[in-house]
Design a protein around this ligand. Structure first.
Ligand code: GTP
Ligand code: MG
Length: 394
């Protein structure tokens, strides 16, 4: 009897021990007292009333493109450093939300150094189209052999003393020269016909509900802008001399019905410094790759002003577009509401802004202010200014 009692006691203890083991192995509580946390095996259940580390937000992919129809042979293009990653992340998110989630166009990133893993990871997670990452060949990001580097260094020193913005920077000059003459010839860009340039920390304020690339193609446009203004004279003292010399050498490249009146108030003798701001551009890559544009760039490059002055790619592109394209191949994208420090383009007209879910403050609109060149562009093209523009002139 004593033997069987002991036997039963062993069985009871063994069952209790097994029960305890089972409880520990299936328990969802952690060791933090008072805060039950679900483990990963049970996190998909939403019926639990215990606190969870995140609310359900599980989908890892972007929704599919919703816009029907064909796509153009087009890409976004961004020149950036690895250190620009969070600033370009902001820009990408805005472009995707306002436009590209409906179209899923590709995105090409270019850099004078190798892109690092973090840059690639963050940017490819945010983009709905394919991403491509290219390194710029050394010969497109260095002093050409005809440049006197001592003379160029002296210019930078003078500009530093005069406190001219980016006046003492070598890399800024390589950047401006690259954007002026080379980005459209990068091997990754050769696959495409159309580009939309995006810089870090820009904003888009309104929904864009149509394919801007298709608009360009259907309407035979080659170059476009949203903001225009006067360039700092100190950065381009002899740019116009070079442009005039080019026009003399190559009259065959000058368009008949051009936009010279945007650039000059005296029929081309002097430059008024108006230019389209090139941190935003939608344009045709084949035009930039044309003999006309390459002849123009080579002439400017030989003259050395990218290094002996500080020629920006904005006036360089603008002069080219204004003299080599007929007026009707240029386009002002009023409907692309845009910010790049320090200027905003916010479309004039409340109804338009409401209809397109804009979030810009119309008081910030630069279009009709004194330093903007948009009025010139409107006058040149006999365009009627939108109702209410006077109220935005302060
Ligand atoms: N890879 C690379 N990209 C550069 C370099 N400098 C500028 N960029 C890129 O070239 C573009 C223009 O440069 P920004 O510094 O924005 O020039 P900016 O618009 O005149 O001046 P900000 O008012 O500072 O924006 C941006 O897309 C930059 O990320 C560089 O040294 N290397
Ligand atoms: Mg910028």
């Amino acid at each position: 009897m004593a033997g069987s009692q002991r036997y039963i006691r062993y069985i009871v203890i063994a069952i209790a021990f097994l029960g305890l083991l089972f409880y520990i192995s299936t328990s969802s509580t952690t060791t933090v007292p008072g805060i039950p946390v679900k483990d990963s095996a049970s996190s998909s259940s939403s019926s639990s009333s215990t606190l969870q580390p995140t609310t359900p937000n599980d989908s890892k992919s972007l929704p599919p493109a919703t816009a029907p129809g064909e796509r153009m042979n087009a890409t976004f293009v961004t020149l950036a450093r690895n250190s620009d990653v969070w600033e370009i992340a902001r820009s990408i998110r805005q472009v995707e939300d306002r436009f590209n989630k409906k179209y899923n166009y590709d995105w090409v990133f270019l850099n004078d150094a190798e892109f690092d893993d973090q840059f690639k990871k963050v940017t490819s997670a945010l983009t709905s189209g394919n991403t491509k990452y290219g390194k710029i060949p050394k010969e497109h990001w260095s002093f050409p052999e005809w440049i006197d580097v001592d003379k160029a260094a002296k210019v930078r020193e003078d500009m530093r003393e005069k406190k001219i913005i980016y006046g003492d920077s070598v890399s800024y000059r390589h950047m401006c020269r690259y954007e002026s003459g080379f980005f459209f010839r990068h091997p990754l860009m050769l696959d495409y016909e159309w580009y939309w340039r995006v810089e870090p920390s820009i904003e888009l304020f309104c929904d864009i509900n149509y394919d801007t690339f298709k608009f360009m193609a259907d309407n035979k446009k080659k170059y476009s802008f949203v903001l225009s203004l006067y360039e700092y004279v100190e950065t381009i003292p002899t740019l116009w001399d070079s442009a005039k010399a080019f026009m003399k050498e190559h009259p065959e490249h000058i368009a008949k019905d051009n936009s010279m009146a945007f650039l000059s108030d005296d029929g081309g003798n002097t430059y008024n410094h108006c230019h389209f701001w090139s941190n935003f551009e939608i344009g045709n890559l084949n035009w930039l790759r044309s003999k006309a544009y390459i002849d123009y760039f080579n002439k400017l490059d030989r003259d050395g002003g990218f290094f002996y002055e500080r020629w920006g790619d904005a006036p360089v592109h603008s002069i080219a577009a204004a003299i080599m394209l007929p007026k009707d191949e240029m386009h002002f994208f009023n409907d692309i509401a845009y910010y790049h420090v320090p200027f905003t383009h916010c479309p004039t007209g409340e109804q338009y802004r409401m209809d397109h879910k804009c979030h810009c403050n119309p008081k910030d609109n630069f279009d009709w202010q004194g330093y903007s060149c948009l009025t010139r562009y409107f006058d040149l093209n006999d365009m009627k200014k939108p109702e209410g523009y006077e109220k935005e002139q302060s």
